[in-house]
Design a protein around this ligand. Structure first.
Ligand SMILES: [Zn+2]
Length: 303
């Protein structure tokens, strides 16, 4: 089953899925700006509806415990829009970490994640369905980030939940090897933000481990052209790894919304998928990226 904020659903019912989104999130405390705070349902629902008009049915909402995750609001959004939303448990980059992580053991951090996954979050009965987005800093693991990663592996072995990450070029292999060495099934690992790296050899080197990668910052064209994202996806599919890529938009600033003239949550279905078709990607392979891969990876036989 797949554990959504509205209860467990069959993997067949997940449908077209964005693998890495934020609907209610607040990164403004660290970023010191107001645009990194998306806190009202009224603001985000019209943006989500635009994504749903293009065919989206589900989203993995990877806002962690230290990004001001709000599962009650996520459940309300799910009720209003009928979008399936999977909530997350975990901790983000070092500068967002709560102080208690410093002296906590990996086992103690894992206990928090397991509770979120099996009992409920913040005193509710709304459960997390994924561990993430577990982060490493740009060049290396900083502060408690490595311990949190090990904790996420422990929480995976106790629950079977998938682990999804925020990872750059310099920490990807260390992230994968740490998770696998601590007992995580490779196919339950999603290495996020890999579309920011324009290097297919690098992607294939990661995919050889049997893990999955997120092309999950679609529409952020100041970092990477969507045309480059689409072309790299095709190269990965041609190399035989079409079963291990998923797509998303990763909106963490309201200024990426369509009301600000950007693509919001519509970049995957409104831009990248049409480009894939234009470049000759088959409907079957597009369905893998959007439907089959998320259903397999986020499904948990133990639920
Ligand atoms: Zn993210």
């Amino acid at each position: 089953m797949i554990r959504s904020v509205y209860g467990d659903i069959k993997k067949e019912d997940l449908g077209v899925t964005m693998c890495h989104e934020h609907f209610i999130v607040d990164l403004s405390i660290v970023r010191k700006d107001d645009e990194s705070k998306i806190e009202t349902i009224e603001e985000v629902v019209p943006e989500i509806k635009k994504m749903m008009d293009l065919g989206a049915q589900s989203a993995i909402e990877v806002t962690t415990n230290d990004m001001y995750r709000d599962v009650k609001k996520l459940k309300e959004i799910s009720e209003i829009t009928k979008l399936n939303i999977v909530a997350a448990t975990g901790f983000y980059l070092s500068e967002y970490h709560p102080d208690w992580l410093t002296n906590a053991t990996a086992e103690e951090i894992a206990d928090v994640m397991v509770k979120d996954l099996t009992e409920g979050i913040d005193g509710t009965d709304i459960k997390a369905g994924v561990i993430g987005e577990i982060a490493s800093s740009k060049d290396s693991f900083v502060g408690q980030e490595k311990k949190v990663l090990i904790a996420s592996a422990i929480a995976h072995t106790k629950t079977g939940a998938a682990v999804t990450t925020h990872t750059g070029k310099f920490t990807a292999i260390e992230t994968i090897e740490t998770l696998i060495n601590n007992g995580v099934t490779p196919d339950k690992i999603v290495i996020g933000h890999q579309d920011l790296i324009d290097d297919t050899d690098y992607h294939l080197n990661i995919l050889k481990y049997g893990v999955n990668i997120g092309f999950d910052t679609c529409g952020k064209v100041s970092y990477q052209l969507d045309e480059t994202r689409a072309k790299n996806i095709i190269k990965i599919i041609e190399a035989g790894y079409g079963d291990h890529v998923m797509l998303s938009n990763d909106i963490s600033r309201r200024t990426y919304f369509t009301t600000y003239g950007k693509f919001g949550y519509t970049a995957v279905l409104g831009r990248v998928v049409p480009m894939l078709k234009e470049y000759g990607c088959s409907q079957e392979n597009i369905k893998k990226l959007l439907v089959d891969n998320p259903a397999r990876i986020f499904n948990n036989d133990r639920w």
